[in-house]
Design a protein around this ligand. Structure first.
Ligand code: NAD
Length: 279
């Protein structure tokens, strides 16, 4: 039976550490501020934004919320970002993605001051990660590194396979595992002999966006399996990219869905915001 990697517990641990750190900063007279911008009212985005504001309140970060109408122009959004870039009371700026189709997402990401880029999506942040310099790291992969470290799972020298090469999960995940001295393979939709490649992994990170695609036939006995996927099945229950029932008996440790990677993303966003204030 695999050990369950408990993302709920580990994310709470991180948030409690941050809460203490924020309280100490407050005593020195420093208050941390984060701006959360949502354009339009996509229901899933509203849930994410609500959870981010709740996490800010828990930790003691002051959040400023900008709920802009769907028809907001790109110029108006960029003007708001410019204003927040110049505001010394704001340390982190988050634009909830996706933005409506008439707004260029890349232009929005680039407009955020890299010093306030708490999502870690700015090309400067991504470049810094790839050459081992300091900068903000995309929250989901950063959270996965914390899950591994805080569960006592060693990365150095291990065969790590990441399935998926998206800019927000797969690629930064591969770079972070490399930074931790893992031997990293990135697999994707054009990879040949995917199962064979995956069965080499001591640590398998699955971010394919396909419900329950990875079953036991992809997993080496004793491997650590991290499931990034989030989907709702026909009965409205959450599931991941990994077929948990099939993989759990083979793996040595595995993240559940829900309660694995999911809660870590917001914890690391809070971590990035506190780091932004310390810079
Ligand atoms: P994406 O769709 O941008 O990328 C998926 C990647 O998987 C692509 O690079 C593609 O090459 C690869 N892929 C697709 N089909 C494949 C196949 N059959 N074989 C091998 N590779 C294949 O997705 P993403 O944004 O990286 O997200 C991945 C999953 O993680 C989604 O389920 C998403 O909902 C979830 N997610 C969760 C969190 C979280 O906080 N837990 C955060 C971000 C994304």
């Amino acid at each position: 039976m695999a050990e369950l990697i408990d993302g709920k517990r580990i994310s709470r641990e991180i948030k409690d550490e941050l809460k203490e750190q924020v309280a100490a900063l407050k005593e020195e007279g420093k208050e941390i501020g984060m701006a959360v911008i949502q354009v339009g009212n996509d229901p899933a985005s509203s849930v994410y934004v609500g959870n981010k504001k709740k996490a800010c309140a828990y930790i003691g970060i002051r959040s400023e919320s900008y709920e802009l109408p769907e028809e907001t122009s790109q110029e108006e959004l960029l003007a708001l970002i410019g204003k927040l870039n110049a505001d010394p009371k704001i340390h982190g700026i988050l634009v909830q993605l996706p933005v409506p189709a008439h707004i260029d997402e890349e232009a929005v990401i680039k407009a955020i001051d890299p010093a306030k880029d708490v999502d870690g999506f700015h090309p400067q942040s991504v470049g810094a990660l790839s050459i081992g310099q300091k900068g903000f790291v995309s929250c989901t992969p950063a959270g996965i590194i914390q899950l591994l470290k805080r569960s006592g799972i060693e990365i150095e020298g291990k065969e790590c396979v990441v399935i998926g090469r998206s800019n927000i999960v797969g690629k930064p995940m591969a770079l972070l595992l490399l930074r931790e001295n893992g031997t990293v393979t990135v697999a994707h939709s054009r990879t040949k002999n995917l199962k064979e490649v995956c069965r080499r992994a001591d640590i398998l990170v699955v971010a394919v966006g396909k419900p329950k695609m990875v079953d036991a036939s992809y997993v080496k006995e004793g491997a650590v399996v991290i499931d990034v996927g989030i989907h709702r099945n026909a009965d409205n229950k959450l599931c991941g990219d990994v077929d948990f029932e099939s993989v759990e008996p083979v793996a040595s440790a595995i993240t559940p869905v829900p309660g694995g990677v999911g809660p870590m993303t917001i914890a690391m966003l809070m971590y990035n915001c506190v780091q932004a204030a310390l810079m």
